[in-house]
Design a protein around this ligand. Structure first.
Ligand code: NAI
Length: 342
């Protein structure tokens, strides 16, 4: 991919050679409000790879916030980890905070893969343009992950309604890939609603816990994508829906938490051609960003929950528009969101 061909407002490379700090901030869109999106810290093969990851994720945040109806744009920061970088965490996150202060609110950061509440506390000491700090709405009792899971649960209900005419997960077979902060909580919602669970995680302890607590049937992580089920729920990695995996899916619908589930745009069409209902990821997994928006406006958990409930209606609209236009649900969702961005 060519960075110059990507769509964005600003791409900012940050560096401090004395501390080996390297980071990229992608600001995708700010017409609806300041760019909002977490800070990821991980290893990358090159600065270009890190920049492309930030750009892709920032774009996803624009679409997620716009469709969720919150007044924010899309942005993302990535901090390029190196061997031994854990010793540098405090310095690096403080450096990031100082840079965010200079940007004066153009971009607001928060938690993402590889970053922690402690990291956000260090950012907070340098700037107020940060969420998910100790005691914040999102960090308290993992509310961000809980609302994300709740939103996915609603997404599964809306998908079941579309496919079977009844939204009830009772006796439906749901295959959950990934039992982390979101996937495990999703299993709890589903189990309470009477669903039959099939679960997979690369961490066998999580699978053991889910089997004990929810009576979930364990599945090999390599096989979960193609296990027969009513709904497949990807809650681990991006890119799981691709040219290789889609022909093997044996589900009626896909609805999960993972970001960027489609490896390529055409994968939405592939699902459509197979007659599998795809609940677009950014429509389904907006619960977390809704909590962040509530935190920024000083609202409480009840407000975040009410706003998360819009996910069900948004999906109904996407499914209806896709049916009316003959487009895939992925393309229908993009069209609806792009209309909001204009
Ligand atoms: P997490 O890191 O807590 O959990 C991910 C889980 O997936 C871990 O238990 C891990 O062992 C497992 N896993 C990794 N590779 C796997 C594989 N190949 N097969 C099966 N399991 C595998 O992450 P979290 O917070 O639960 O997020 C899950 C997904 O949802 C991520 O893609 C994340 O970007 C997305 N998401 C999370 C939000 C949140 O509020 N935490 C908000 C929106 C999206």
């Amino acid at each position: 991919m060519d960075i110059w061909k990507q769509d964005y407002e600003q791409l900012i490379f940050l560096q401090d050679r004395s501390t080996l700090f390297k980071a990229v901030i992608a600001v995708h869109h700010t017409k609806l409000g300041p760019a909002l999106g977490g800070c990821r810290m991980m290893h990358y093969g090159s600065e270009e790879e890190a920049a492309l990851d930030a750009l892709r994720l920032a774009r996803g945040m624009t679409y997620k916030s716009a469709l969720a109806g919150i007044p924010y744009g899309g942005g993302k920061a990535v901090l390029i980890a190196r061997p031994g970088s854990s010793r540098m965490r405090e310095t690096w996150f403080r450096t990031l905070g100082k840079q965010l202060q200079k940007l004066n609110g153009l971009y607001i950061t928060g938690l993402d893969l590889g970053s922690t509440v402690q990291d956000m506390d260090w950012v907070r000491e340098e700037t107020s343009y940060v969420t998910d700090t100790t005691g914040s709405l999102g960090a308290t009792n993992e509310l961000t992950a809980t609302m994300t899971a709740y939103g996915v649960f609603l997404g599964i209900q809306a998908s079941l309604k579309r496919v079977y005419g009844s939204e009830s997960p009772h006796s439906r077979v749901i295959a959950v890939q990934g039992l982390g902060k979101v996937g495990y909580k999703l299993c709890r919602y589903l189990s309470e609603a009477g669903a039959k669970l099939i679960v997979a995680d690369v961490d066998p302890e999580r699978v053991r816990l889910a089997a004990a607590e929810f009576g979930a049937a364990p599945c090999d992580p390599n096989a979960i994508v193609s296990v027969p089920c009513d709904v497949f729920s990807p809650c681990a990695l991006g890119g799981v829906l691709n040219e290789a995996s889609i022909p093997g899916l044996r589900c009626a619908a896909v609805a999960g938490a993972a970001n960027n589930q489609l490896a390529a745009e055409e994968d939405g069409d592939r699902l459509h051609e197979r007659g599998i209902l795809y609940a677009p990821d950014y429509a389904v997994n907006a619960g977390g960003i809704i909590v962040t928006a509530a935190e920024l406006e000083g609202a409480d958990a009840a407000k975040a929950k009410r706003d998360t409930e819009r996910i069900y209606n948004n999906l109904e609209r996407i499914f209806a528009q896709a049916a009316a236009s003959g487009l895939s649900t992925a393309r229908a969702a993009d069209q609806m969101t792009e209309a909001l961005l204009k």
